[in-house]
Design a protein around this ligand. Structure first.
Ligand code: SAH
Length: 296
């Protein structure tokens, strides 16, 4: 168990009271003793955490925080709250899932207000379902607080819409690490055929292999692809490339990284609003539709 609060400057009572006032004004439910809230912190930008999540951080007696949940949010924790590193981070040693669940349940049984804080959305490749079922088995009351997931909110920070009417009317979310290889249980041919946009989580290491499978299954090597590292954080990095080079771009990227394959990636040239703040000139016709119709 590691105490994380050493590196965090807690907020004062006035700031914590302000959160309480907002929650009360809106009639939001409070995290109560003996309860566990499984909450998403969003992909990184603390502004993407929901009011439910912030309120729960403010009131919790015990917080079990994932590695990807932004530490700045923990400044809202009450002085004396127990803060536990319950991280799960690809490739690095992490606490077994069962131990995290046991500790969560143990805190709740002691009558503490328990917050299980996860990066992004707890139900999107976040083991939220498993942890919630452990609570159900233990008879612990719980609430789910959805969060902004990296595959939607994170890519929006690179100006890539998850769906766009002119490019993709469907989208598939995939974990790149299911099993011991590039998601061996998946039907890559069906995905290549059926999903115009593919968004890959935890796929840095297997990106080259996944790209090869998709190309073998008929996707164009020239199809646009993007790798966004540290999405929505100050140090976000975004690489726009094409499918054949996805493996190289992914292995060069910062972690965590989210990968996008599909024509919707082109929108980034027009919608990179963060780039625009730094002076990038946006292309109002990133798909070239108007140019085409003008020349026709
Ligand atoms: N529950 C989380 C996903 C957890 S799996 C969610 O809903 O976002 C961890 C993976 O999420 C990482 O390997 C990466 O692919 C992606 N991810 C999470 N935060 C990210 C961020 N800020 N930038 C880029 N990718 C991120």
């Amino acid at each position: 168990m590691v105490c994380l609060l050493d590196s965090i400057i807690p907020l004062g009572p006035a700031q914590r009271a302000a959160v309480k006032q907002i929650a009360e004004t809106l009639g939001l439910p409070m995290l109560e003793p003996g309860w566990v809230w499984l909450a998403g912190a969003g992909p990184g930008d603390p502004g993407l955490a929901s009011l439910h999540t912030i309120q729960a951080i403010t009131n919790a007696d015990a917080i079990l925080a994932d590695a990807l949940a932004n530490r700045e949010l923990l400044a809202f924790a009450r002085p004396g709250a127990r803060i536990v590193e319950a991280g799960k981070r690809g490739g690095k040693p992490s606490r077994p899932q069962a131990a995290i669940s046991r500790q969560t349940i143990g805190f709740a049984r002691k009558g503490l207000r328990v917050l299980r804080l996860k990066g992004g959305d707890p139900f999107v490749f976040g083991r939220g379902g498993e942890e919630a079922l452990a609570l159900v088995r233990a008879g612990i009351p719980f609430r789910m607080v959805p969060g902004v997931t990296a595959g939607i909110g994170g890519i929006a920070y690179a100006g890539i819409p998850a769906t766009h009417r002119d490019t993709n009317q469907a989208v598939t979310f995939i974990t790149g690490t299911a099993g011991n290889g590039a998601a061996p249980d998946l039907d890559w041919e069906a995905i290549a055929r059926g999903s115009p946009t593919i968004i890959l989580y935890m796929a840095r290491r297997h990106a080259a292999e996944i790209a090869t499978r998709l190309i073998e299954a008929g996707r164009s090597p020239n199809e646009p692809a993007a790798v966004i590292g540290n999405a929505s954080l100050q140090n976000q990095s975004s690489t726009i490339t094409h499918l054949a080079r996805l493996g190289v771009a992914a292995s060069d990227a910062d972690t965590p990284a989210i990968l996008v394959i599909g024509e919707n990636v082109r929108l980034s040239a027009g919608l990179d609003w963060i780039g625009a703040m730094a002076g990038r000139v946006l292309d109002a016709d990133p798909l070239g539709r108007n140019r085409l119709s003008q020349s026709a």
